[in-house]
Design a protein around this ligand. Structure first.
Ligand SMILES: *Cc1c(COP(=O)(O)O)cnc(C)c1O
Length: 376
């Protein structure tokens, strides 16, 4: 936790859970990516945390933005980004939304099917498109499903279709899975990408762009490699597969830029046992899966939890949220070790919660307010 967050929380008087995001951490993470991949532009994945202060800071620092919807595009524009710094990276778009984004000036679109190419060709004539390919996500703690991307064997067909319809068949994109701890995960995808480049060249049009996606991790319970290690591994892979004709590249970090910048303060509402002789403690917080901690689904992301009683003896606890949905249990298969002295009313701090929390919080399930967010 940063001193600035500690100071902010000391002075906070409002009731209820909140996340506090320290912009200094976002700034230094951005600098680390820029240094690690000096020839690669950063397109911040807006969905990770669209707080206006975060977007404005990144716009000032020179970042570009990966947006998934027209409202995200409008937020990036409002934060000071120009349309040429925005990518419409969602492969699933209504034609009307493509048209709206085109009127806002956006000219870079993701596709993964000929059907989507046709929409872009009609609604955004002459725009650049890149084809997203499937990637298995091995090594990622929050792997992405088969939902996005086409089989690499179909990519050249999709891009050729774009070329024939008057679009700029620009390149290829993939996402190696979120919270990807293997710095070499980009290598296999770049090998496949270079084959698509060759295939397209043989068909008479040339690609020049690779979107390396996100996947850069935040530190939760375990150390993760630094941005520098990712940069070095990606550069090695680019050199191996593209020789000395390395294409234009972008990355789309979300979690890696803002995850570590945020901290949630929550409160213990109840500590109980399910029967007299049951040793397992149940600890219920005023935040859970529906209040912003959706990524605890299947216990995928395990956040570090701090209390004022750290140092006391620890006991295994099931950790759950306050809502009336029985799915609102965060860690049960692998309980959390918490101080035996933890008491009802204690504050707990949930670290590295700057990404994928505010936007995953429900509007009013059980009447609970969406996660309050402070950006400092
Ligand atoms: C979510 C997403 C990202 C960000 O992923 P992280 O793992 O948070 O870095 C980047 N690109 C696309 C297309 C995404 O959908």
């Amino acid at each position: 936790m940063t001193d600035r967050i500690r100071e902010f929380l000391r002075n906070r008087r409002e009731d209820g859970p909140c996340v506090v995001v320290d912009l200094d951490v976002v700034r230094s993470n951005y600098a680390a990516f820029a240094r690690a991949l000096p020839d690669t532009r950063v397109f911040y994945a807006v969905k990770a945390n669209p707080a206006p202060e975060v977007l404005s800071l990144l716009a000032q620092l020179g970042s570009c933005f990966d947006c998934a919807s027209v409202p995200e595009i409008q937020m990036a524009l409002a934060a000071g980004a120009t349309a040429d710094r925005i990518s419409y990276g969602n492969t699933i778009k209504k034609e009307r939304d493509i048209e709206r984004s085109y009127h806002l000036g956006v000219r870079l679109f993701a596709v993964d099917a000929k059907e989507e190419v046709e929409k872009v060709a009609r609604a955004a004539p002459g725009a650049k498109v890149f084809c997203r390919i499937l990637c298995d996500g091995a090594g990622a703690e929050w792997p992405l499903s088969r939902k996005f991307g086409c089989d690499p064997s179909m990519a050249a067909d999709v891009l050729e279709h774009a070329h024939r319809l008057g679009l700029v068949a620009y390149g290829v994109s993939f996402h190696v899975g979120s919270q990807q701890k293997n710095v070499d995960a980009w290598d296999a995808a770049l090998s496949v990408t270079s084959a698509i480049f060759r295939d397209c060249a043989e068909r008479g049009f040339s690609l020049s762009f690779v979107n390396l996606g996100g996947g850069f991790p935040a530190r939760y319970l375990e150390d993760v490699p630094a941005a520098e290690a990712y940069g070095a591994a990606i550069f090695r892979a680019l050199s191996r597969h593209f020789g000395n004709t390395i294409p234009e590249t972008i990355i789309e970090p979300g979690r890696g830029l803002v995850g570590a910048a945020g901290m949630i303060e929550a409160e213990v509402v109840l500590i109980s046992h399910k029967s007299e002789d049951d040793a397992v403690r149940w600890v219920y917080l005023d935040i859970g899966k529906f209040g912003g901690l959706a990524e605890t689904m299947e216990e995928a992301i395990r956040y570090p939890i701090r209390t004022a009683r750290d140092g006391d003896a620890l006991v295994p606890c099931v950790l759950a949220g306050p809502t009336c949905d029985s799915a609102d249990v965060m860690y049960e298969k692998n309980p959390v070790m918490l101080p035996v002295s933890l008491a009802i009313g204690d504050k707990v701090l949930i670290e590295a919660t700057g990404a994928y929390t505010t936007t995953y919080s429900t509007v009013a399930f059980n009447g609970f307010s969406p996660l309050r967010s402070y950006v400092i």
